[in-house]
Design a protein. Structure first.
Length: 250
């Protein structure tokens, strides 16, 4: 069963249409990446699926149509978005930020929802070390961990990540990609938007390449890694060096 299906999705800003009839699917328990250059519409796609941005088309979550639902209702159904800017509460403690993410299981009456906190700390031990630290004092990598951890506290069906490697050092990027792989092993479905094509393809099951608001390539991630057009356009001349980094993540 597909955890997420998007059909004929159109979205934009004002009269400017950015996405032109996109369709994609993500099977339950898989990682699906969306690659492409700046301005291709990657963030617009995630915002439209999450309900942050108005759109036309179908969005189906675990077999249920959610396109007509507002942002809050989609979140309660199990869609979780970690935006590029992370949007943490900087004046609050790390653990306070995490607990705020438990709104969905709280509203569903799950009395043991706080146990998810230990799972987040197991995934990101650094957050446990800094649980009593103010979020604004964290490093860039730690803030990204906190943003992902807060989304996981909602116990989502689908986790959508917008550029989780942006601005992070290579070693932290590798750590983040390994963490995303571990999430897949728990059965979580991940929709990953990334400019770092090597890192994304190294952990993904399926991938789409977005350019100018339309998908120009799609297929199994292993196949796209060997696609000449993708290599020339997005992987560039550093293919051999960066491919080694991907191997480290896998």
């Amino acid at each position: 069963m597909n955890a997420l299906e998007v059909s004929d999705l159109h979205a934009g800003y004002g009269k400017a249409e950015v996405l032109r009839g996109l369709s994609l699917f993500a099977e339950r328990g898989t990682i699906v990446s969306v690659l492409g250059p700046n301005g291709a519409g990657k963030s617009t796609l995630l915002n439209a699926v999450a309900g942050v941005l108005a759109s036309r088309g179908r969005v189906t979550l675990c077999g249920e149509e959610v396109a007509e639902l507002p942002l809050e209702q989609r979140a309660l159904k199990g869609l979780a978005l970690v935006p590029e800017r992370r949007e943490l509460f900087g004046s609050m403690l790390v653990q306070e930020n995490l607990l705020l993410g438990g709104n969905r299981p709280r509203k569903q009456g799950k009395k043991d929802w706080r146990k998810t906190l230990e799972s987040v700390y197991e995934l990101f031990p650094r957050l446990k070390e800094r649980q009593s630290q103010v979020a604004a004092t964290l490093s860039g990598g730690e803030r990204q961990m906190l943003a992902v951890g807060r989304a996981l506290m909602s116990q989502p069906e689908v986790l959508m990540l917008d550029e989780p490697s942006l601005g992070l050092a290579p070693l932290i990027v590798a750590d983040m990609m390994r963490a995303i792989q571990r999430l897949k092993q728990t059965g979580l479905t991940v929709l990953l938007v990334e400019q770092n094509a090597h890192a994304a393809l190294g952990i993904s099951d399926r991938a789409y390449v977005l350019e100018g608001g339309a998908f120009i390539l799609e297929g199994e991630a292993s196949q796209l890694r060997s696609d000449t057009r993708l290599v020339e356009s997005y992987l560039g001349t550093r293919r051999e060096t960066e491919a080694g980094q991907v191997t480290d993540v896998m």
